[in-house]
Design a binder for this molecule. Structure first.
Ligand SMILES: Cc1cc2nc3c(=O)[nH]c(=O)nc-3n(C[C@H](O)[C@H](O)[C@H](O)COP(=O)(O)OP(=O)(O)OC[C@H]3O[C@@H](n4cnc5c(N)ncnc54)[C@H](O)[C@@H]3O)c2cc1C
Length: 433
C-alpha cells in the first residue's frame, strides 16, 4: 500500500497573467503559439526542455511525415509549411522541397529556426519549466502551476493550450481521458532514436534495394537485431549520417520508472544495433553513434475525451465534418506492443480526412484547448494523426481558436467555428477538400 505524507499548504506567486498560455513546445505547441501571437494575443509558451521542437528535436525524430496525401497533393499548408520552408532556407533540409514528401531535417537548425520565429512573432518563451498542476475554479481552468529552478510559480491565462503530448494539463484539470488499447490497455512501444555517423549510404530518399536485401539475408543468418523488425535506417541530409528508428521498449510514457527503464534499455538496444550493423551491413563498417535522443520517444499515452472522438472509420472513410479545422492524410501506423511488427492501414490515394474542432475541446472543463497527439480520438485514429505534420496543423487551429476566444470573450466550446475556419483559410491553412 502506498504510504503518503502531507505537504504543507504553500503560497505560490503569480508570475504572469496572459491571454494565451501554451504548455509544451513540440510540433503542436510551437505552431499553436505562433498562431495565437500572430492573431494579436499576448502569448506565453512554456517548455520543460531548453529548446523547442519536442519529438522533432529532443526525440531526434529526424523525418517529418508528409504534408501530402498519397497522390502527392498538399493537404497541410499554412504555418506548418511556412516553418518547413524556413527550415529549408536555413539549410536544415535537403532536396527539392516540391518533390519530396517525407522531410528529413537537421534538428539543430530546427531549434534555431523555432527560436527565430517565436522572436519575430513576439511569443514569450519560458524554458526549463515543467507544468505540474492546474489552477481550477468553479468555471474551469484559470492557469497552471509550474516548477523550475526558480521554484513553484503560478501562471494565469484566459485560454490554456495543452500541447504536452501526454495531456498533462488536461489530466491535472480532471478532463476524462483514455490510455492504451481498449482490450488490453497496452501502449505502442517507446523508441530511443539515434543518429549514426560514418556510414556510406546513397543520398536521401533512396535506401538501395541491395542494402534491404542484405539486411534480410543477415537477419536470416545471424538472427534479428533491435526491437523493430525492419532495417530502420533513414538517410539524412548529409550522406555520411543516418537516423535509426529501431529500438522498441514497452511501457507507459507517463510512468517515471518505465521512462527510466526505457532510456537504459534503449541505449542497450542501440549499441547492440551498432555492433550488428557494423559486422553485417556493407557501408556500416566504420559507423558510430553520433547522438542518441535527449529523451526517449513516446508514441502514445493519454488521449483526452473531447466533444467528439475521431475514429478509424472517420479516417479511412476520408470523412468531412462541418467543423473541420484541418485535413490529414497519413495512414494508420500501429507499432504492435506485442510483437516486433508494425501494421499499416492506408487511406485511398488522393483522399484526406478532416479533424473537427470538437476533438480539440475537452469535455467538462472550460478555458482549455488541446493540440497534438493527445487530442480526442480512438487509439487507432491517433495512430494516424500523431505524426508531426498533422500535429503542427492542429497547433495552428488551436492557437487561432484560442486568440479568437480571447478577443470575443468566449469559452472554447462556445466559439463560432465558421469564424475560426475563415481565419484559418485566410492565413493559408487547408480546411476544406
Ligand atoms: C520513435 C518515434 C518515431 C516517430 N517517427 C515519426 C516520423 O518519422 N515522422 C513524423 O512526422 N512523426 C513521427 N513520430 C510521431 C511524432 O514525433 C509525435 O507524435 C509528435 O511529435 C507529437 O507532437 P506533440 O506536439 O503532440 O508532442 P511532442 O512532440 O511530444 O511535444 C510535447 C512537448 O511538450 C513538452 N512537455 C511535455 N510535458 C510537459 C509539461 N508538463 N510541462 C512543460 N512541457 C512539457 C515536451 O518537452 C515537448 O517539447 C514518431 C514518434 C516517435 C516516438
Amino acid at each position: 500500500m502506498t504510504h503518503f505524507i502531507k505537504e504543507e499548504v504553500r503560497k505560490v506567486p503569480v508570475v504572469k497573467k496572459i491571454g494565451v498560455l501554451v504548455i509544451g513546445g513540440g510540433p503542436a505547441g510551437m505552431i499553436a503559439a505562433l498562431a495565437a501571437a500572430r492573431n494579436g494575443t499576448e502569448t506565453l509558451l512554456i517548455e520543460q526542455d531548453g529548446f523547442l521542437g519536442g519529438m522533432l528535436t529532443a526525440g531526434l525524430v529526424q523525418v517529418i511525415a508528409p504534408l501530402h496525401d498519397r497522390a502527392g497533393s498538399l493537404v497541410i499548408k499554412g504555418i506548418p509549411l511556412e516553418f518547413i520552408e524556413r527550415l529549408w532556407k536555413q539549410g536544415g533540409m535537403s532536396g527539392d522541397l516540391r518533390a519530396i514528401t517525407w522531410l528529413p531535417h537537421d534538428s539543430e537548425a530546427t531549434k534555431y529556426v523555432a527560436d527565430q520565429m517565436m522572436e519575430e512573432a513576439r511569443v514569450e518563451v519560458l524554458f526549463h519549466s515543467l507544468c505540474v498542476d492546474a489552477v481550477l475554479e468553479e468555471k474551469g481552468l484559470k492557469g497552471v502551476i509550474i516548477e523550475s529552478k526558480s521554484g513553484r510559480q503560478a501562471v494565469l491565462a484566459k485560454v490554456v493550450i495543452d500541447a504536452t503530448g501526454d495531456a498533462d494539463v488536461a489530466y491535472y484539470s480532471k478532463v476524462p481521458y483514455e490510455k492504451g488499447w481498449p482490450e488490453t490497455g497496452l501502449l505502442q512501444p517507446m523508441t530511443l532514436s539515434f543518429r549514426m555517423g560514418g556510414v556510406r549510404l546513397s543520398k536521401w530518399p533512396h535506401i538501395s534495394e541491395e542494402l534491404k536485401r542484405t539486411f534480410e539475408e543477415a537477419v536470416k543468418q545471424y538472427g534479428p537485431v533491435g526491437g523493430q523488425r525492419g532495417l530502420g535506417v533513414l538517410p539524412l541530409i548529409r550522406e555520411e549520417e543516418c537516423f535509426i528508428n529501431k529500438t522498441r521498449i514497452a511501457g507507459d510514457g507517463t510512468n517515471v520508472r518505465d521512462l527510466t527503464r526505457a532510456e537504459i534499455e534503449g541505449r542497450k538496444q542501440a549499441w547492440r544495433c551498432l555492433k550488428w550493423y557494423r559486422e553485417h551491413l556493407p557501408g556500416f563498417e566504420n559507423a558510430y553513434i553520433m547522438q542518441s535522443a535527449y529523451r526517449v520517444g513516446v508514441r502514445e499515452t493519454r488521449r483526452i475525451m473531447g466533444e467528439y472522438v475521431l475514429t478509424k472509420e472517420d479516417i479511412l472513410g476520408a470523412r468531412d465534418f462541418p467543423d473541420g479545422i484541418m485535413r490529414g492524410a497519413y495512414w494508420i501506423d500501429i507499432h504492435d506492443p506485442r510483437s516486433n511488427r508494425t501494421e499499416y492501414v492506408y487511406l485511398k490515394p488522393g483522399t484526406s480526412y478532416a479533424i473537427p474542432y470538437r476533438c480539440l475541446v475537452p469535455k467538462k472543463v472550460d478555458g482549455l484547448l488541446v493540440a497534438g497527439r493527445c487530442i480526442s480520438g480512438t487509439y487507432e485514429a491517433a495512430a494516424s494523426y500523431r505524426i508531426m505534420s498533422h500535429c503542427m496543423a492542429m497547433g495552428q487551429a488551436a492557437g487561432t481558436a484560442a486568440a479568437l476566444c480571447v478577443k470575443t470573450r468566449r469559452e472554447p466550446r462556445e466559439l463560432d467555428v465558421r469564424r475560426l475556419q475563415s481565419k484559418l483559410i485566410e492565413q493559408g491553412a487547408v480546411v476544406n477538400r
